[in-house]
Design a binder for this molecule. Structure first.
Ligand SMILES: CC(C)(COP(=O)(O)OP(=O)(O)OC[C@H]1O[C@@H](n2cnc3c(N)ncnc32)[C@H](O)[C@@H]1OP(=O)(O)O)[C@@H](O)C(=O)NCCC(=O)NCCS
Length: 213
């Protein structure tokens, strides 16, 4: 005959064995998740963002060729460097274990309205495919925007993924009376006003002609 105590004892054993089973089932996933989290965290801690040195140029060109699968972006970077639109403080690289895994460049483009004003264009930007979606691109944008603000720049313009750039405060350029030079969906042509932004920053964006070989 079962007493209440025996029933409670059996029940407790049952719960314990269910808990044990769940733990055995979930533990490998938990360990895998923690290992991945720690790996990503460690990688990001080892990551260094700095401005470009001329000795980086070959690695930057290879990165752009690999990410975009063509020469155009690597050549564009090279042409901008040799133009009066280049701002050395605003070409950055992300290094992981001393290897370049990410690159970003901001340079001057024109905003043509009642007058022609210079604003920053963010392009190109690339993160090595196996290191994408780990926060490296965001870190490059963040550091670049801080550098641009401290240089007293007024506005950054970008053509890109809205989910990505909206997290830094970029908004469709039409909200600021700024027109894209290309027929693209409104949400992909975005602007971010910086501290020195003023209301006269309206008009049509004109990208300077850059020689591509
Ligand atoms: C866009 C790019 C620079 C982002 O760098 P990253 O290190 O992967 O970025 P982060 O890890 O900081 O942020 C990841 C976010 O970027 C966005 N993103 C990345 N790749 C994307 C893609 N192919 N399509 C749409 N959004 C993308 C997503 O919002 C993603 O967030 P999620 O992982 O939560 O979905 C990188 O994916 C890349 O080099 N892509 C190919 C080249 C390119 O498109 N360059 C930008 C135009 S010049």
């Amino acid at each position: 005959m079962y007493t209440n105590k025996t029933v409670r004892g059996d029940r407790n054993r049952e719960i314990k064995s269910i808990e044990h089973l769940s733990l055995r089932l979930y533990l490998p996933h938990l360990v895998k998740f923690l290992a991945h989290f720690l790996k990503v965290r460690t990688e990001l801690e080892l990551m260094n963002i700095r401005s470009r040195n001329p000795s980086d140029d070959q690695a930057i060109a290879e990165l752009n060729r690999q990410v975009f699968g063509r020469d155009n972006e690597a050549q564009l970077v090279e042409s901008i460097r040799h133009s009066d639109r280049y701002i050395p403080e605003l070409e950055l690289v992300a290094e992981l274990n001393y290897a370049i895994v990410g690159h970003i460049l901001f340079s001057y483009i024109d905003l043509v309205g009642q007058e022609t004003l210079q604003v920053l264009g963010l392009a190109p930007m690339a993160v090595q495919p196996e290191f994408q979606r780990r926060g490296i691109g965001s870190a490059l944008v963040q550091v670049g925007l801080e550098a641009a603000s401290s240089l007293g720049e007024s506005m950054v313009i970008v053509l890109g993924h809205p989910q990505f750039y909206s997290r830094f405060g970029f908004e469709p350029s039409v909200s600021y009376g700024i027109e894209s030079p290309f027929p693209v969906p409104e949400e992909v042509f975005m602007v971010l006003p910086l501290n020195n932004y003023q209301e006269q920053y309206t008009g049509k964006v004109v990208y300077p002609r850059m020689a591509l070989k």
